[in-house]
Design a protein around this ligand. Structure first.
Ligand code: FES
Length: 102
């Protein structure tokens, strides 16, 4: 069963930036794209790079190690060398808190 977990303050993740959190044992990257929050599993499916360190272009993150691209909304791998997508998590903003459904 999924549950909503309080993870961060809105101000912890400014627009254009991303942070990594461990939530219930899962590595979660939370990205602020122009005020819209997206959460994906933070571990690249190619060789396990931390995706929150990657550059964000539009709604995609580019893996910092070998430049695979992942859609931040769907988790889909959009460019090799990664072929498998990453899990996505629903984000809820409640007041000044960012919560992730896990
Ligand atoms: S670790 Fe991400 S593309 Fe290789």
């Amino acid at each position: 069963m999924s549950k909503l977990v309080d993870v961060a303050k809105v101000d912890d993740i400014p627009p254009g930036e991303a942070r990594a959190y461990e939530v219930e044992g899962e590595q979660v990257g939370i990205f602020n794209v122009d005020g819209q929050f997206h959460a994906i599993n933070n571990v690249c499916t190619h060789e396990e790079a931390p995706l929150h360190e990657g550059e964000v272009v539009d709604d995609k993150v580019i893996c910092p190690w070998h430049q695979a691209e992942f859609d931040l909304k769907t988790g889909a791998a959009e460019c090799p060398p990664a072929v498998e997508g990453v899990k996505t998590y629903k984000v809820v903003v409640s007041g000044d808190r960012v919560q992730v459904e896990i």
